[in-house]
Design a protein around this ligand. Structure first.
Ligand code: GAR
Length: 209
């Protein structure tokens, strides 16, 4: 649980919440020296909210407003307000399927991270595993990166590779990518919480590497 002095995470998601489960578990076990201060979703009844409530963590649905791929102005204000009120140190996007814009990025500059199911800069955007299958690559993976104004474009914190097998289906490949995500994301968040990484232009440097 988050205590006064602990590094505080705000986690945003729209879907099943399996990355949230991995991160919350790593916080509970001490692998990540942080607490989950707040979980927010733009999807009422999403798995991530259910998982958070099962763990007695503060969790809220906030309506995203009138747009399909981003938050409208009122929604942006509500998300930013809730995260500021919860005094979060880092915002962790865990399957949050809306692009964050101006006010949100300004409020938490350099303090938002995302996970994407490909080896960026290959296959940004939607259904990255399907893009990998369509392209016929033999290796794909997942990427944790800082969020900037581009789509899936900020400085890369960590990547983990996954083989693409000849007879993979979208389901078999995404499952393998998910397994890699659940290993990589907690490691990256732990390093940030410990103050072990710094950003030098496009490069993220791990002090222990
Ligand atoms: C994850 O595979 C994550 O990489 C992807 O959504 C999934 C969420 O799963 N995110 C994106 O595609 C963002 N561009 P989860 O809800 O089970 O954590």
């Amino acid at each position: 649980m988050a205590s006064e002095h602990k590094f505080r995470l705000g986690i945003l998601g729209s879907g099943k919440g399996s990355n949230f489960v991995a991160i919350a578990g790593a916080c509970a076990s001490g692998e990540i020296p942080a607490g989950v201060a707040l979980v927010l979703s733009d999807v009422e009844g999403s798995g991530i909210l259910t998982h958070a409530r099962e763990r007695n963590l503060p969790a809220r649905f906030i309506s995203p407003g009138k747009f399909r791929t981003k938050l409208d102005e009122d929604a942006e204000r509500a998300f930013v307000g809730a995260l500021q009120e919860a005094r979060v140190d880092l915002i962790v996007l865990a399957g949050f399927m809306r692009v964050l814009k101006g006010e949100f990025l300004r409020a938490f500059e350099g303090r938002i991270v995302n996970i994407h199911p490909s080896l960026l800069p290959s296959f940004p955007g939607l259904a990255a595993w399907q893009q990998a299958l369509d392209h016929g690559v033999k290796v794909t993976g997942c990427t944790v990166h800082f969020v900037d104004a581009g789509v899936d474009a900020g400085p890369i914190i960590g990547q983990q590779t996954v083989p693409v097998r000849d007879h993979d289906t979208p389901d078999s490949l995404i499952q393998r990518i998910h397994t890699a995500e659940h290993e990589l994301y907690p490691k990256c968040v732990a390093a940030i919480a410990r103050g072990e990484i710094s950003v030098q232009g496009r490069r993220v440097v791990w002090k222990k590497n």
